[in-house]
Ligand binder design. Structure first.
Ligand code: TRP
Length: 457
């Protein structure tokens, strides 16, 4: 399979072959038709894929507890591309999610050489100030630092025993020369993603992680580790759903496995009785328990019941002393193109609009951006421009133009040759100016809230 895509979260170049990524890694297509008050990122297909989003949609519709967690690298300036995640977090928050934001100061120290004290400063000045300005609610948002939240590191460490170097080789392409910081950083990120489910951080509930697709390897790792730690396996079979006990070091006693190899039948039947009762409470009556095989089959359960069955089993696991971790959900957005037509990246200022750039700089950057227009006006009128490769159009679509019908008009008149490339850039620069002025104003108005975002550390 020589042409497989490998996603490297630390590389500055990423595949944008999104369909192939979906197919190869088994992502699900994001359907925005079924969600409430979709943002422009949803409506325009910029948020394009997910894993297990249905758990979150379900929690939103039924006002059940759920959380959103994401993270930021405090290593450079915050740019427009980063604002997409904040926009999504804001939307999740409005739909009822609690919000946790990890400042990946350990990761950026280990992988980019940023001292923790510098990471703190960058996180506040570049990121948190803009997060506040972009409309996150300080009362419902916890920003924390990886270096200061011991439980995050502990959880990563504990789950380390459920993976090994071969798995890291296959997920990340690591080999003998790999620096161990690159092994530890993902484990801390696992801790980030799973810790909101711990009792002291809100307890068992679905957690969604909105990220760029470059972060999917971490989600695959985390989801795998959560499942491997579970004391009950749940899978759909021909007839209903099959639950199996997953025997592990830390549950051998609870599941009646005695040191002498004998089985304590009473313990096994206690566990089965608990499961039985909870499934009955969920409304299932056709349950077959086979304690000897360690299985329970629920014949009438369908795909739609998987989540509630999982939740019940995880809470039983917790009562019995296990961690009871639900695999996180995730959503993925497309990357915005850089000004030069390549990737937008903090390390190349020419390709990137930073949120703290002065307005005149931004206007200049946009007027010089890569264009999808034709070389001459005559040709442009005849052949039309290409909005798909035109940076000004793309930025209107990703960031600055909220009105879908206006965007559509621009699309039509640009592709038909009516609107010239320079005119389109001017339109974009004007809209960007408005957007940036507004952001700057909000930044000034919300400066006093920054403290509140980080009060939990
Ligand atoms: N690794 C992420 C990045 O490079 C930052 C991060 C740390 C993160 N922990 C996280 C992202 C948890 C999402 C969820 O940007």
């Amino acid at each position: 399979m020589g042409d497989d895509v490998r996603i490297d979260p630390w590389s500055s170049s990423q595949s944008t072959d999104y369909q192939r990524i979906i197919d190869q890694f088994g992502l699900q297509q994001f359907e925005h038709g079924s969600i409430e008050q979709p943002t422009h990122l949803h409506r325009r297909g910029i948020v394009f894929a997910h894993r297990d989003f249905q758990n979150i949609g379900n929690a939103q519709r039924n006002s059940l507890p759920h959380g959103v967690l994401t993270g930021l690298m405090p290593s450079g300036q915050m740019h427009l591309g980063h604002s997409m995640v904040v926009e999504q977090v804001r939307w999740f928050q409005q739909q009822g999610a609690d919000v946790s934001i990890a400042v990946a100061d350990l990761e950026s120290q280990a992988t980019r050489g940023i001292p923790l004290s510098k990471g703190y400063e960058v996180a506040i000045e570049e990121y948190i100030r803009n997060y506040a300005a972009l409309g996150l609610d300080p009362d419902k948002t916890q920003v924390y630092f990886q270096s200061k939240r011991a439980v995050v590191q502990r959880l990563g460490f504990q789950l380390g025993k459920r993976t090994n170097l071969s798995e890291f080789e296959s997920i990340y392409g690591f080999g003998g020369e790999t620096n161990l910081a690159h092994v530890q950083a993902p484990m801390v990120q696992v801790g980030d993603i799973l810790h909101p489910q711990l009792e002291e951080y809100g307890g068992l509930r679905p957690i969604v992680v909105p990220v760029g697709v470059d972060q999917d390897p971490h989600l695959r790792l985390t989801r795998g580790l959560a499942s491997k730690s579970n004391w009950f396996n749940v899978k759909q079979v021909n007839r209903g759903v099959l639950i199996g006990l997953s025997l592990q070091d830390d549950n051998a006693d609870v599941f009646g496995m005695q040191a002498n190899g004998r089985i304590d039948k009473q313990k096994v039947s206690d566990v089965f009785a608990m499961v039985d009762q909870k499934l009955t409470e969920l409304g299932f009556s056709d349950i077959e328990s086979i304690p000897k095989q360690g299985t329970i089959q629920v014949f009438s359960a369908t795909t739609r019941d998987l989540h509630s069955i999982r939740m019940v089993l995880l809470s039983i696991e917790r009562r019995l002393g296990g961690m009871g971790l639900l695999a996180p959900s995730s959503t993925y957005h497309h990357f915005a193109v850089g000004l030069t037509g390549d990737k937008m990246s903090s390390s190349s200022p020419k390709s990137t609009i930073f949120l703290n750039d002065p307005i005149e700089v931004i206007q200049k950057k946009i007027m010089k951006a890569y264009s999808g227009g034709q070389p001459t006006i005559e040709e442009h009128r005849r052949l039309g421009g290409n909005p798909e490769t035109d940076v000004a159009y793309q930025y209107l679509m990703y960031f600055f133009e909220q009105d879908d019908s206006h965007l559509e008009e621009i699309h039509t008149s640009y592709s038909s040759g009516q609107l010239l490339a320079g005119e389109l850039k001017q339109l974009c620069a004007d809209k960007a100016t408005e957007w940036m002025k507004d952001l700057k104003e909000k930044r000034d108005e919300t400066t006093h809230l920054v403290e509140q975002f980080i009060r939990h550390d």
